[in-house]
Write a protein that binds this ligand. Structure first.
Ligand code: GLU
Length: 472
């Protein structure tokens, strides 16, 4: 999306970095190295589409090599450009640091509108992009591991892993060259919903702290909170679903065709059905149509989740946002100008580099699964179940009381892959929020959460560079 402010997307990220850097102890050289994009690969390649040859523009950026592999999604959109991919790669560096995922930051993009192509054409473009990455050594389990992003999903990841494996015959870890694969192709259970679920876990933690909610004039807890979600793609849909399933009131939903609002709440599943049958969320019974997603985001609510593209809240509309909490599901949805305006209004902004890190966290689990060549839970599920049964039997003997069938089932249950992935993600989102909040409190709450998150990230990446001995 075209930047509405004075800064390019990458400059915006750099500006946020600089705001935080002064609260860290690192010398200028280290800070400059952390901030820099290490490698930028811009490619153009021809693909025959129908009767014509189209020259496709694409990118892969490796922002940081302080830990390897680099990690980050691949986006398909007409807005892809070098500045955008650099900004997104930089955010990946900080994101991985915040959630303690041992990767450097990377990002890729192909400048196409995927809706304009047939599946066959998309496969040709994707496979050619993958072979360009192989040719330049820009992909590999220990080098750079892409994942889905805006406009891509499991299908594209399957094409890429297949291209990689066929160009690297016999590479035993080939599956670990990309994450976000379908489970049948080496993916991990829970990856699809991971970003949305991470947003839910993150905000649930944010709103559980009474002291902070009192300051915003909100009660604690998710139940009853009024939520607007912008973007019903994989991230937005799953975020909305977890909020809805846990008692939040979804008052507004926005998509590129417009938005809908109902102060009393929308039935999320019925909206999704309505969209499937009519092709649009508009004209949903009982809801008011909004002309566009901007108008939807400006409606009254407690929590606003922009979950599509960057720069959607900017100096043109920030003033009209009524939410008390903004949870950044997308990468970079607020321009620096919007950040300032909303900060002055006292809105609590939960930054992208923390809040949407559930995706990369579960990607890390998938990578570990691929490298270990074993499904999570395979070795210990039955063992845990037997152990739980013995403990339960002993407790029953000692107390003379019997557990009900439901209780027995719950207590005995050994962890399956999805259980382990969900609990690993939950623990990560809770732990990382407290790292950021502790920093925020340490800085006397004089900075915003984004700055506190940057301080946490810079401290970790900086120490890594020092440990590498690059700056003795
Ligand atoms: N594209 C996602 C992001 O922006 C996921 C990246 C990954 O899983 O590597 O965080």
């Amino acid at each position: 999306m075209e930047n509405q402010g004075h800064y390019s997307f990458f400059q915006g990220v750099e500006r946020n970095f600089d705001k935080a850097a002064k609260y860290t102890r690192f010398e200028a050289g280290i800070l400059e190295q952390i901030k820099a994009c290490n490698s930028v690969y811009r490619m153009k390649f021809p693909v025959r589409i129908g009767d014509n040859i189209e020259v496709i523009e694409a990118y892969r950026v490796q922002h940081s090599h302080h830990k390897l592999p680099c990690k980050g999604g691949i986006r398909y959109s007409m807005d892809v450009n070098q500045d955008e991919v650099m900004a997104l790669a930089a955010l990946m560096t900080y994101k991985c640091a915040i959630v303690n995922v041992p990767f450097g930051g990377g990002k890729g993009g192909i400048k196409i509108d995927p809706k304009k192509y047939t599946t066959f054409e998309l496969e040709k473009i994707t496979r050619r992009y993958a072979s360009e990455l192989v040719k330049k050594n820009f992909i590999g389990p220990g080098i750079d591991v892409p994942a889905p992003d805006y406009g891509t999903g499991g299908r594209e990841m399957s094409w890429i892993v297949d291209t990689y494996a066929s160009l690297k015959p016999g590479e035993v870890d080939a599956l670990a060259c990309i994450t976000g694969k379908p489970v049948t192709q080496g993916g991990v259970r829970g990856r699809t919903e991971a970003t949305g679920l991470g947003i839910y876990y993150g905000i649930r933690e944010v709103v559980s702290i009474k002291e902070d909610m009192d300051k915003l004039g909100l009660t604690t807890g998710i139940a009853g909170k009024k939520v607007i979600v912008q973007g019903l793609g994989n991230v937005g849909y799953h975020a909305a679903k977890f909020f809805y399933d846990n008692g939040a009131i979804i008052v507004g939903l926005a998509e590129y065709e417009g938005g809908i609002y109902n102060a009393d709440g929308l039935d999320l599943y019925k909206v999704v059905e309505h969209r499937k049958s009519t092709g649009s969320i508009l004209n949903f019974a009982g809801a008011t149509n909004m002309t566009n997603s901007y108008a939807t985001m400006e409606q009254p609510c407690d929590i606003l989740i922009p979950a599509a593209l960057e720069n959607v809240i900017n100096e043109g509309n920030a003033d009209r946002i009524q939410a008390k909490i903004i949870g950044e599901g997308a990468n970079g949805p607020l321009t620096p100008e919007a950040d300032e305006i909303l900060g002055k209004k006292g809105v609590m902004i939960i930054p992208d580099m923390y809040l949407n890190a559930g995706g990369v966290t579960v990607s890390y689990f998938e990578w570990l699964k691929n490298l270990s060549h074993v499904r999570f839970g395979r070795m210990d599920k039955r063992f845990s179940e037997n152990q739980n049964t013995s403990i339960l039997n002993a407790v029953e003997n000692l107390t003379g009381k019997k557990a009900s069938d439901t209780e027995r089932k719950q207590i005995q249950h050994g962890p399956e892959e999805a259980d382990l992935v969900y609990s690993g993600l939950e623990d990560t989102m809770i732990g990382s929020y407290h790292e950021i909040r502790d920093e925020w409190v340490k800085l006397d709450r004089k900075v915003d959460m984004r700055t506190a998150a940057f301080v946490v990230a810079i401290n970790k990446v900086g120490v890594s560079y020092e440990e590498l001995g690059i700056f003795p």
